[in-house]
Design a protein around this ligand. Structure first.
Ligand code: HEC
Ligand code: HEC
Length: 202
């Protein structure tokens, strides 16, 4: 970053940096952590190596950092993730979030277009007969989420399915029960349809 020439501007810029307390992410350092600890399951560019591992490419940076922190404190229990994040500093966690958010990924073409169509309807409109809220009201019309809410577009179908079941069983509780309320009303067919649709969204 080049600092502004004018001393007053430079002072202002320094103040702003202090105010936001957000040093630029060190993507090179994050890349080293990924090649050392993460790539086997999530791939070097966050394109996961199997459907059980979430795709991290294009996921929102703040959401990613929150999950890593939750794995570290034990607020979210994973099959392997709790050990993976041991010893990472908050800055490294923020760097990893920025690293994966900056990667690109292609959507998965739906294998069953009819099933995906059911998922598309549910995602946008919910199910008024059983009281399922429209997912789009929180995760956004394009399923890109927000800084704090996960992007669902392009995520691995099996991972999505597993998370919805985990929210329902309350084996994943770091959603403050918001997703539990949603997932507890979904049928098996609805879960499959949502996962099939979301994996195919660009
Ligand atoms: C042995 C395989 C494996 C390795 C290595 C691994 N992960 Fe994971 N990761 C998983 C699995 C499986 C999940 C799904 C949650 C669970 O069951 O633990 C996951 C979930 C995540 C999530 C949550 C994503 C979401 O959408 O909520 C993040 C973030 C993540 N991993 C980042 C990392 C980082 C960063 C590293 C390296 C420091 C890493 N993982 C190493 C298997 C792995
Ligand atoms: C009222 C808001 C709200 C609604 C409606 C909602 N969600 Fe969520 N969703 C959340 C929150 C909050 C989280 C958890 C964020 C966290 O772990 O910090 C979440 C997380 C998720 C995750 C986990 C993603 C990951 O990467 O691990 C999935 C999958 C998901 N939601 C699917 C859905 C689906 C499908 C619907 C519609 C049937 C839906 N959500 C409706 C708020 C909502």
């Amino acid at each position: 970053m080049t600092s502004p020439r004018h001393p007053l501007l430079a002072a202002l810029a320094a103040l702003l940096v202090l105010a936001f307390d957000a040093p630029a992410a060190d993507l090179e350092r994050a890349g080293k952590i990924v090649s050392g600890r993460c790539f086997l399951c999530h791939g070097m560019s966050g394109e996961s190596s199997s459907e059980v591992f979430p795709r991290l490419a294009t996921q929102n940076a703040t959401y990613l950092a929150k999950q890593l922190k939750d794995f570290q404190t034990g607020r979210r229990k994973g099959t392997t993730m709790n050990d993976m994040v041991a010893g990472l500093t908050d800055q490294e966690i923020a760097d990893l979030g920025a690293f994966f958010a900056a990667q690109k990924a292609d959507p998965h073409p739906p294998a069953d277009a009819d099933l995906a169509a059911v998922g598309k309807y549910l995602y946008a409109r919910g199910n008024s007969h059983s009281g399922v809220a429209a997912c789009s009201s929180c995760h956004g019309p394009a399923a890109h989420g927000t800084e704090k809410l996960p992007r669902l577009a392009g995520q691995q179908a099996l991972y999505l399915e597993n998370q919805l079941k985990d929210f329902n069983k309350r084996s994943r509780t770091n959603d403050s029960a918001v997703m539990h309320a949603v997932a507890s009303k979904l049928t098996e067919l609805e879960i499959k349809a949502l996962a099939e649709y979301l994996a195919s969204v660009p």
